[in-house]
Design a protein. Structure first.
Length: 302
């Protein structure tokens, strides 16, 4: 076996200090380079693009102020800085240790799973239950004991969906759904956890935003009676028979709490009622996104 060519590998570790200036934005390898140890490159790049794209879309449509784009740097820079530090640490340990120990190092660094990545320090997230943290690990632990605005929105399976039928009555759909089936990258999803559907309707009616950028979902506990009306103010009702949603979102069955899931799947807000929702959306949308009245739901749900 002949070695035809060899070269010393010198990993570059660097990043920009601004992810956007004026009309120019960078993401992925254009914004940061690092050692391949840890396998963080692709997911970090996708997260960059996702964080920017939903904000850019709203600004282009004149539904959000241009200042929203500044939060691309505010939110992503701490995450990428931590990622560079982690991948460099893994590189140094990998080079210094034996092959078996190096593999063990990679497999046991659970932060590399990236499930704890968060935007808790973002100026556009709102949490009325937990004080704004002063010092936050942007990568976070995977098994967090609390759920705070800026965290990744959890999934919840086995939810019984109900939608409004042609005559206004509620229809139970045959296939159970999970929250990840409900979230979409083109709108904010309001999750109203409550056993009081009448309260949920009042809250939903108070938020008259463009229906193409917002979705209103009620999650009721399994102990609640079957809903008898959905109305035009709500898009869907989900019954949480197995308490996956209430447990995952740390909500008591007798408690009412509102979560706003951003288009990128992170929690933009955790609030108590209409005032909190208005405060959050006031920091995201332009007044042009507000509708004077909600359109009536047609028979086909349009």
């Amino acid at each position: 076996l002949a070695i035809l060519f060899s070269w010393n590998f010198r990993p570059n570790v660097r990043m920009v200090n601004e992810f956007g200036v004026g009309r120019v934005f960078v993401a992925g390898d254009a914004a940061h380079v690092h050692s391949p140890t840890g396998g963080q490159g692709m997911n970090s790049s996708i997260q960059d693009a996702f964080n920017l794209s939903w904000k850019l879309s709203l600004v282009i449509k004149s539904l959000a102020p241009r200042s929203l784009l500044a939060t691309y740097t505010t939110e992503r820079l701490p995450v990428i800085a931590e990622m560079l530090k982690l991948t460099t640490q893994v590189l140094n340990r990998t080079v210094a240790l034996t092959t078996n120990t190096a593999q063990d190092t990679l497999q046991h660094n659970q932060r590399m799973h990236m499930l704890g990545v968060n935007y808790r320090c973002s100026p556009i997230v709102l949490d009325e239950f937990t004080p704004h943290p002063a010092d936050v690990d942007a990568y976070g632990p995977i098994h967090m004991t609390d759920l705070v605005a800026g965290d990744r929105a959890p999934d919840a399976p086995s939810l019984q969906p109900y939608e409004g039928g042609p005559d206004g009555a509620v229809v139970a759909l045959h296939e159970r759904q999970r929250l990840f089936d409900i979230f979409r990258p083109w709108y904010h999803t309001i999750l109203l956890f409550t056993a009081d559907i009448a309260w949920a309707k009042v809250v939903a009616r108070s938020i008259n935003l463009d229906p193409t950028i917002i979705r209103k979902v009620v999650v009721i506990p399994g102990s609640a009676p079957d809903p008898d009306e959905c109305g035009s103010d709500l898009d869907i009702i989900l019954r949480d028979d197995e308490e996956h949603a209430f447990g995952g979102y740390h909500v008591g069955k007798e408690e009412s709490r509102i979560f706003v899931v951003r288009p990128d799947g992170f929690l933009g807000a955790i609030v108590k009622g209409e005032d909190g929702l208005r405060r959050y959306f006031g920091g995201i949308f332009e007044p042009s996104a507000v509708h004077e009245s909600q359109p009536e739901r047609t028979v086909d749900g349009g």
